[in-house]
Design a protein around this ligand. Structure first.
Ligand code: IMP
Length: 502
């Protein structure tokens, strides 16, 4: 006979946190949101720690290059979507890794024998006034000098003047060698009153410029998630079909962490994929797996070698898995059970395997609830899809700006590997929809606001970090009547737009 759980499965909106004692120490500025991304042994440190507990979903409509840079800049990580050819996914990963905050490849370059009229044409095209003069006129040629708008007078300097007569030659330039840190570069910029500092390699080939204005931007991002070479960290999605080709290519491109992207993780396919990766790379390659919704699923993936486990089936905003197939579990119930299994596993095995709450976060307070219920970090799709940095179109729908957002199981994404159960038959139905979400502007502003709400609630619970929150949190199920009491009620709202801004 089928097993019947006694308790219904519940979702975030059915819970509230009960405030605890908070001392005068408990103020948002003292709260740390650092959290482990990958497993670690008792007494050791994880090899990757997130500075904020946020990851962006492995989806075409969410995690491209711009999202990866923006989220890493804030301290989280994106998983570049895997539902694309291996080559294009790897190119995205490589570009994120090649991007050095504050170190900008020169995009306006000339040869020394070019003329002022070439310079004026280039300036018009690119809009930049600092131009590198290199032997071959490329961004990585041997640096011969730099020419800026201070080196010539409009309508006075003859247009056929060769650049070598205008430029500051290399011998008189202040420059730095590759390997300098951004803060050293900035010191040099200040010391020599420069607007830009060229960075060259051992043979004096141009590598980058550091501009005065970019350093200020860098200082605004104290939580940046960087690897040991000071590059942004980035993750990538993989599937259980082409992993023998995709994984080596992603590793070669510099991906920091991988994650098997599947709607159902308690499967032999995931075991085979994890086993192969661990056989090939041991602990060198970090890979998460999922999704699961119970203790058995967690233990299965833990034993198969997963570095973190994703929790959640059917709760995603674009997901119709529950109504199509009748499977899934309320996200709160799933999370509470898996978090307990993770803690028991840690007690018994001395290995901590972080868990990620994936899908179903609608309001900012759901983030805090998910963390309090035991999630080490969160994965969000709809939330990030609303920002400038998501790869989709911003469109005007009946007078309001929207961004497009579609599920990986929708016919638009054609990500059949994610829902594939093996065998040769192709899927004939969809598990996700194609939709719009209200456009919300830049990632940074929105994310900072959400994080400040999380920190504030943590203070109300007397917690200065996530693991303290998990230990101290007291949760209560709310009745349907008190859910109504929790929102604005019995008043006439002046600005109906407020409901969209949450
Ligand atoms: P959201 O944050 O509620 O929008 O949920 C995002 C999550 O939904 C993703 O991280 C996936 O786990 C899941 N997901 C993505 N595409 C689909 C789909 O087409 N059907 C079902 N679930 C999906």
């Amino acid at each position: 006979m089928a097993y019947l759980y006694e308790e219904p499965s519940r979702t975030f909106s059915e819970y509230l946190l009960i405030p605890g004692y908070s001392s005068t120490e408990c103020i948002p500025v003292n709260v740390s949101l650092k959290t482990p991304l990958v497993k670690f042994k008792k007494g050791e440190e994880p090899s990757i720690t997130l500075n904020i507990p946020m990851t962006s979903a492995i989806m075409q409509s969410v995690s491209g290059e711009a999202m990866a840079k923006a989220l890493s800049r804030e301290g989280g990580i994106s998983f570049i979507y895997g539902s694309q050819p291996i080559g294009s996914q790897c190119a995205m990963v490589s570009r994120v890794k090649a991007f050095k905050a504050g170190f900008v490849p020169s995009d306006s370059n000339l040869r020394s024998e070019d003329t002022l009229s070439d310079l004026i044409a280039l300036k018009k095209k690119k809009g930049h006034s600092t131009i590198a003069v290199t032997e071959d006129g490329t961004s990585s040629g041997k640096l011969l000098g730099v020419v800026s708008s201070r080196d010539w007078r409009p309508s006075r300097t003859p247009l056929d003047t060769p650049i070598y007569q205008l430029m500051t030659p290399f011998a008189n330039l202040v420059y730095a060698k590759e390997g300098i840190t951004l803060s050293e570069a900035n010191d040099s910029i200040w010391e020599h009153k420069l607007n830009s500092l060229p960075i060259v390699d051992e043979e004096n080939h141009l590598k980058y410029f550091v501009f005065r204005k970019d350093y200020d931007c860098h200082k605004d991002n104290p939580d940046e998630l960087l690897d040991e070479k000071k590059r942004y960290r980035v993750g990538a999605g993989i599937n259980t079909r082409d992993y023998k080709e995709r994984v080596p290519a992603l590793v070669a491109s510099g991906a920091d962490v991988l994650c098997i992207d599947s709607s159902e993780g308690y499967s032999e396919w995931q075991h085979l994929t994890l086993s192969w990766i661990k056989e090939q790379y041991g602990d060198q390659v970090k890979v998460g797996a999922g999704n699961v919704v119970d203790k058995e699923g967690f233990l299965f993936l833990a034993e198969s070698g997963a570095d973190f486990v994703k929790v959640g089936i059917g709760g995603g905003s674009i997901c119709i898995t529950r109504e199509t197939k009748g499977i899934g579990r309320g996200q709160a119930t799933a999370l509470l059970e898996v978090a307990k299994a993770r803690d028991e596993y840690f007690q018994e095995q001395g290995i901590y395997i972080p868990i990620c709450s994936d899908g179903g976060i609608v309001l900012d307070y759901h983030m805090t609830l998910a963390l309090a219920m035991g999630a080490d970090f969160l994965m969000l799709g709809r939330y990030f899809a609303r920002f400038d940095e998501s790869p989709t179109e911003k469109v005007n729908v009946k007078g309001s700006y929207m961004k497009e957002y579609w599920g990986e199981g929708s016919s638009r994404a054609r990500n059949w590997q994610r829902y594939d159960l093996g065998g040769d038959e192709t899927l004939s139905f969809v598990e996700g929809v194609d939709s719009y979400v209200p456009y919300a502007g830049p990632l940074k502003d929105n994310l900072q606001l959400s994080l400040s709400k999380i920190k504030s609630t943590m203070c109300n619970c007397g917690a200065l970090n996530i693991s303290e929150l998990q230990k101290k949190a007291r949760l209560t199920v709310v009745s349907s009547t008190s859910i109504i009491e929790g929102g604005a009620h019995d008043v006439l709202l002046k600005d109906s737009q407020d409901s969209l801004k949450k």
